[in-house]
Design a binder for this molecule. Structure first.
Ligand SMILES: Cc1cc2nc3c(=O)[nH]c(=O)nc-3n(C[C@H](O)[C@H](O)[C@H](O)COP(=O)(O)OP(=O)(O)OC[C@H]3O[C@@H](n4cnc5c(N)ncnc54)[C@H](O)[C@@H]3O)c2cc1C
Length: 474
C-alpha cells in the first residue's frame, strides 16, 4: 500500500544544498517535505567525512548561522591554521586548530582566507535542529527517492515515489520540487539534458577545456579519522589489510589533513580512487575504497612512524566522498569564461551566489587559481525541460571546469538557500522569478550575492591574514 503525502515543496536530498533549500523555504512559510536516503542530514559534509569548509567568498546566510550555532557547542567547530604544506618527504598538507581566531569572516576568501573544520555529528544535529525550528519541515530520513510522476504534457512533475528503509512506499505530491541529490536523480529521471565528465573545447569554447577520449572525473576520497593513542595505551598499528585490490607499493600516501576541534585528525587520501573508477564500481566503490584507505593508513604508520606511530584509526566515514558525477545542462551553464570575467565583468542580472575557489580537478587534470569572486546565475539551477523543478546541488548546470571550482559545500548551501527562497517568493511560477526580488530577499536573510558582505578581501574592519599564513596558491 502506498501512502500519499502532500506539501507545497518536496526537496529530495538533505546534504548542503537540500538542507538550505528546505530550511529557507520553510522559514518563509512554505510547507516542506524533505526526503533523505541516509539516517542523518548533511550529506557529503557529514556522512562522507568531509568536515571541512574550504575558505570561499560568499559563504554567508545559513552558512554563517550554522557556524555560530556550532560555536555555541563544545568542540564543534574551529578555524584552521596551516601547519605543513605538501613536501616530497612529507606528502601531506596539514591544518591545525587556530585557537586564537574565531571570526567567521576570516573564512570568506579563497585567496586570503582560512578553512573551518567541524564535528560531523554536531553539524548533523544543528541542521536538524534548524529544520525542526521552522515548524514547517517534515524530514523523512532513511527514505530513498525512486521515481518521478509527470503530468500529461510532460513539463510538470506531479509527484515522486519513494521507499523507506523498512519497505513502506510513499508518494509525495507537490507543486514544486527541488533536486538536491548531488547526482541529480530527479532531473535525470525526468529526461532533462545532462552530462558527465569534461566537455571538450568546442562545447563552450573554454580555454582550458580538454577533449579527453575517456571518462575523467575528480578523484573520490574515503575519509577516515585518527585519534592520539592515550598515555599508557599500546601503539595501535594498522595491519596490512588482506582484502585490498592494490599492492602496498602502489599506494600514494598524499593526504589532506585537517584537525578536528577536539584534536583528532581527518585524513582525506587524495589519490586512492579515480572518479571514473568510483563511477564504474557503483555500489561496490565504498568497500573497495575503504580497503585501500586501511592500506593507506598502514603505509603512513609504517613509513612515517615518527609522525603517525602514536595515532590510531577510530572512524571510517559511512559514505565514500564522491566529488563529481552527472551535471544538468540547464537554462544557463556556468563556464570558465564566467570564472575568468569575475563579478565585475559578468553580464547576468540573476546572480544569486558568489564563489572564488580554484579550479581544482583533484588529480584528474592540472588545477589553477581563480583571480577573484565570480557570480553564479539562478538559471544554473533551472532545467529547460520541466517547469517546476529546481536543481540545487553539485550536479547543477556547470561545465566540468565550472563545477571543479564552485562545488564547495558552502557554495552549494547558498544555492540551496536561493532555491528555497525562490519557491517561497514565486511558488510554481519560479521560472518567471524576478531576479532582483530574489536577490533582495537573499540579502535580507543574510546571504551576500555582493562583494561587500561576502568577501574577506574587501572587508575594511577585519585584519588581513599575513601572506605567509594564507591558503597556498596553485
Ligand atoms: C573527498 C571530498 C573532499 C571535499 N573537500 C571539500 C572541502 O574541503 N571543502 C568544501 O567546501 N567542499 C569540499 N568538497 C565538496 C563538497 O563537499 C561537496 O561538493 C558538497 O558537499 C556537495 O553538496 P550537495 O548538497 O551537492 O550534495 P551532498 O552533500 O552529497 O548531498 C546529497 C544528498 O542526497 C542524498 N540522496 C542521494 N540520492 C538520494 C535518493 N535517491 N533519495 C534520497 N536522498 C538521496 C544523499 O544521501 C545526500 O545526503 C569535497 C568533496 C569530497 C567528495
Amino acid at each position: 500500500m502506498t501512502t500519499t503525502l502532500t506539501a507545497d515543496l518536496c526537496v529530495v536530498g538533505a546534504g548542503s544544498g537540500g538542507f538550505a533549500a528546505a530550511c529557507s523555504a520553510a522559514r518563509l512559510g512554505v510547507r516542506v517535505i524533505l526526503l533523505e536516503a541516509a539516517d542523518g542530514v548533511g550529506g557529503t559534509s557529514t556522512w562522507a567525512g568531509v568536515n571541512n569548509w574550504e575558505p570561499v567568498a560568499g559563504g554567508t546566510g545559513l552558512c554563517t548561522e550554522l557556524y555560530e550555532s556550532l560555536r555555541r557547542l563544545p568542540q564543534a567547530a574551529c578555524l584552521q591554521a596551516r601547519k605543513y604544506s605538501y613536501h616530497p618527504d612529507r606528502p601531506w598538507g596539514w591544518y591545525d586548530r587556530d585557537l586564537q581566531n574565531s571570526d567567521y569572516r576570516l573564512s570568506l576568501s579563497r585567496r586570503s582566507g582560512v578553512p573551518i573544520t567541524f564535528e560531523p555529528q554536531a553539524l548533523d544535529d544543528v541542521m536538524r535542529h534548524l529544520l525542526a525550528a521552522t515548524g514547517n519541515c517534515d524530514l523523512h530520513l532513511g527514505t530513498r527517492f525512486l521515481k518521478t510522476v509527470v503530468d500529461r504534457g510532460g513539463r510538470r512533475l506531479q509527484a515522486v515515489l519513494a521507499q523507506t528503509v523498512d519497505g513502506r512506499d510513499l508518494r509525495i505530491e507537490a507543486p514544486m520540487f527541488i533536486d538536491a541529490t548531488a547526482d541529480i536523480h530527479l532531473a535525470r529521471g525526468l529526461g532533462c539534458e545532462h552530462t558527465i565528465g569534461p566537455e571538450g573545447p568546442r562545447v563552450y569554447g573554454e580555454r582550458s577545456a580538454s577533449a579527453d577520449a575517456h571518462l575523467v572525473l575528480n578523484n573520490a576520497s574515503p575519509c577516515y579519522r585518527v585519534s592520539p593513542v592515550a598515555d599508557g595505551e599500546d601503539p595501535c598499528l594498522e595491519p596490512e589489510p588482506a582484502d585490498c585490490d592494490v599492492a602496498l607499493q602502489d599506494i600514494r600516501p598524499v593526504t589532506s589533513i585537517r584537525t578536528y576541534p577536539n584534536g583528532d585528525l581527518n585524513m582525506n587520501p587524495l589519490h586512492l580512487m579515480t572518479g571514473a573508477e568510483a563511477f564504474e564500481l557503483g555500489a561496490r566503490a565504498r568497500e573497495v575504497a575503504f580497503a585501500r584507505a586501511r592500506l593507506h593508513w598502514h603505509v603512513l604508520q609504517s613509513r612515517y612512524a615518527d609522525t603517525f606511530g602514536a595515532w590510531k584509526r577510530t572512524w571510517m566515514s559511512p559514505a565514500l566522498g564522491v566529488r563529481e558525477t552527472h551535471r544538468l545542462v540547464g537554462r544557463y551553464v556556468l563556464r570558465e569564461q564566467d570564472l575568468d570575467a569575475g563579478l565585475a565583468a559578468q553580464d547576468h542580472d540573476d546572480i544569486i551566489a558568489i564563489a572564488d575557489h580554484s579550479v581544482d580537478f583533484h588529480g584528474a587534470r592540472p588545477s589553477r587559481e581563480v583571480d577573484g569572486p565570480y557570480g553564479i546565475p539562478f538559471r544554473c539551477l533551472l532545467a529547460k525541460e520541466v517547469d517546476n523543478l529546481i536543481v540545487a546541488c553539485r550536479g547543477a548546470s556547470f561545465s566540468s571546469i565550472g563545477a571543479s571550482s564552485c562545488r564547495l559545500s558552502r557554495t552549494m548551501m547558498v544555492l540551496g538557500q536561493a532555491a528555497g527562497t525562490a519557491v517561497a517568493l514565486f511558488g510554481a511560477d519560479v521560472m518567471q522569478a524576478d531576479p532582483q526580488e530574489l536577490r533582495d530577499q537573499l540579502s535580507n536573510d543574510g546571504a551576500a550575492p555582493t562583494l561587500a558582505h561576502g568577501w574577506l578581501d574587501v572587508m575594511a574592519d577585519i585584519a588581513p591574514i599575513p601572506a605567509d599564513e594564507r591558503m597556498p596558491r596553485g
